[in-house]
Design a protein around this ligand. Sequence first.
Ligand code: NAD
Ligand code: FES
Length: 291
Amino acid sequence: MPTKILHKEKLIPGRTSKLVLDAPQIAATARPGHFVILRVDEHGERFPLTIADADKENGTITIVYLVLGRSTQMLEDLNEGDVIQDVCGPLGRATHIEGFPAPKKVICVGGGTGVAAMHHIAKGHHDAGNYVIACIGARNKELLLFHKELSLFCDEVLVSTDDGSMGSQGIVTDLVRNRLDEEGENIAEVVAVGPVPMMQAVAELTRGYEKPTTVSLNSLMVDGLGMCGACRVTVGGEMKFTCVDGPEFDGHKVDFAELRTRLGSFRTQEGQAREERRCNCMDKLAEKKED
Ligand code: NAD
Ligand code: FES
């Protein structure tokens, strides 16, 4: 369905933006963990983005994206008031959220752009009455997303930056390890969203503490309906489709090595497509100047 951009915020100029979309039908049923599939224009490819927030009353959803390939660059070229050709959703299975009475706590881990997607899940746990510890990590403080938004409802927000420019110096798994060492008996569940190596590292860490761990997989997708097979992953030795069986799975059962290989399959083509689009845009700008 054609969907208008109501608000655009460049969170990290040239790298990450946030869009608030006029999508009342999606907002009415969107729950934490759901995603949408977008097609920027009639020639565009379909690509998935996790819903970072949904506001039923105002009929809006929020998405946050990293400008990585041609399609996210096309999205980045749009502005407030512009229309995205298709936004389809909510898709996928919502996060399984259980209520954990005190003193039990839930750790929600987010790395880089994944912090925005984790935000909706953390909110769901908060709304269910759970004590939420957000552990968020970025390379430096300029790249840290949603710190303010998470601080509005999380019981604790712990920050790590690789360079130490904000919070503790180190990677986000250091925060999780410290917390598990301090009060592991109170941690009921760990949820992780972010780069695949981060989710894998979180799952490997929590396995030793025997803590249930949910990860949100960002597989390549085409139809988003379970028919094309593009998003297949192996979980517990079984083939699953991220779009209809996920995107969230038991992190201790995911075959991360296979996921990393599949995600890397089109990296060269993605880079070429993005470069082509950049060159086309520059040609158009040059033509305009000549006119
Ligand atoms: P990044 O590479 O800058 O990493 C962000 C933080 O994650 C780091 O500062 C560190 O704290 C942690 N981290 C990274 N690698 C780690 C490792 N091996 N062990 C422990 N911690 C580690 O993040 P970025 O460039 O913003 O990441 C973007 C990636 O996240 C993209 O590949 C994107 O597809 C993915 N992503 C996934 C989802 C999802 O739903 N799973 C959502 C948004 C983005
Ligand atoms: Fe086609 Fe999941 S995207 S099966």
